[in-house]
Design a protein around this ligand. Structure first.
Ligand code: FES
Length: 312
């Protein structure tokens, strides 16, 4: 029988030479991949996220990192922002690992992260409140058809409407991505919540150039609505990295999108150049009116898998 892997919080994290670089604080669980993907390590400047593939050995008294770890210690690894994460309940823990209650966390859904704690319900609050509301609605079942109601209440609907971004195509520079913020609506059952979003807009100087489209756009959307990116002059990319959900940034010097978390690199059109991301950046449907007004459909997709699958 294989021994369970024991993660003890507070134990030293050592580099390949045996030097302590920090202490283990928490573990990050990936809900889609169903595995621990990152260590949260406390060092002098705060908390850092280290990918699990840097680990060479885990023992109950220490964690050893591979030689490939950055020679500058942990300073190049992304900072851990606790407000973006929530605790994983113990019944969800991966089998074969001993983890303290409260030590395993996972990324909050994007809507909640973008809103911040003051404005959003946590997933747990949402479930608790949903239960109360469903129970009270069952109490008035004489006036509400229960089957139809529960179906609506428990499904998270895709927000499948076109959103006017309030920006004109002619106002955009060409071949330089612009991060454009806007307000959308997140719909979960009966809840409609205003959320602040952003997308990358890329106005092509030559829409007929072979590389103006990403593989993702050429394949088209895997969408029940069969929405396709319909205007060749512009590409709209989701701000969410398809690896594990961080936010790739445009670097004008390299003319590439670079994700700060695990260094996935993407071209101007969203195609993957290198790194662990399993697919190109996700493109979104876009249309441009006769006078140049840009509208999009904002959607989110499952991260960490090669296929583009809409979150629903
Ligand atoms: S989240 Fe890992 S490379 Fe972007």
């Amino acid at each position: 029988m294989t021994e369970p892997v024991v993660f003890r919080m507070g134990i030293p994290v050592l580099d390949h030479s045996g030097k302590q670089v920090g202490t283990l604080e928490q573990l990050v669980f990936h809900e889609t991949q169903k595995k621990i993907v990152e260590l949260v390590v406390r060092e002098l400047s705060g908390l850092r996220r280290l990918p699990m593939d840097l680990v060479s050995e885990i023992s109950p008294s220490s964690i050893h990192l591979k030689k490939s770890m950055n020679s500058d210690g942990l300073s190049k690894w992304p900072i851990f922002h606790p407000e973006d994460y929530e605790e994983v309940p113990s019944w969800f823990f991966p089998p074969g690992a001993h983890i303290e209650i409260g030590a395993l966390v996972t990324l909050k859904p994007c809507d909640l992260r973008e809103l911040g704690e003051d404005h959003a319900m946590s997933r747990r609050d949402f479930m608790a409140k949903s239960t109360v509301v469903v129970a009270s609605m069952i109490g008035v079942s004489l006036v509400v058809p229960i089957g139809g109601y529960i179906l609506t209440a428990t499904q998270t609907k895709v927000v499948d409407h076109w959103i006017d971004l309030g920006i004109n195509l002619n106002a955009l520079p060409t071949d330089t991505p612009i991060s454009h913020p806007f307000f959308g609506t997140s719909v979960s059952g009966w809840m409609k919540v205003p959320v602040s979003r952003s997308v990358w807009l890329i106005h092509h100087s030559n829409p007929n150039a072979p590389d103006s489209k990403s593989e993702d756009q050429i394949k088209g959307m895997d969408s029940p609505l069969e929405l396709k990116n319909s205007d060749p002059r512009i590409t709209v990319l989701s701000p969410v990295c398809p690896h594990l959900g961080c936010a790739p940034q445009w670097t004008p010097e390299q003319k590439e999108f670079i994700c700060p978390c695990h260094h996935s690199i993407y071209q101007l059109n969203g195609n993957r150049v290198s790194g662990p991301a399993p697919r190109p950046m996700d493109s979104l449907p876009v249309r441009v009116s006769k006078d140049g007004a840009i509208s999009i459909v904002y959607e989110q997709f499952v991260v960490g898998i090669p296929k583009k699958v809409r979150l629903s």
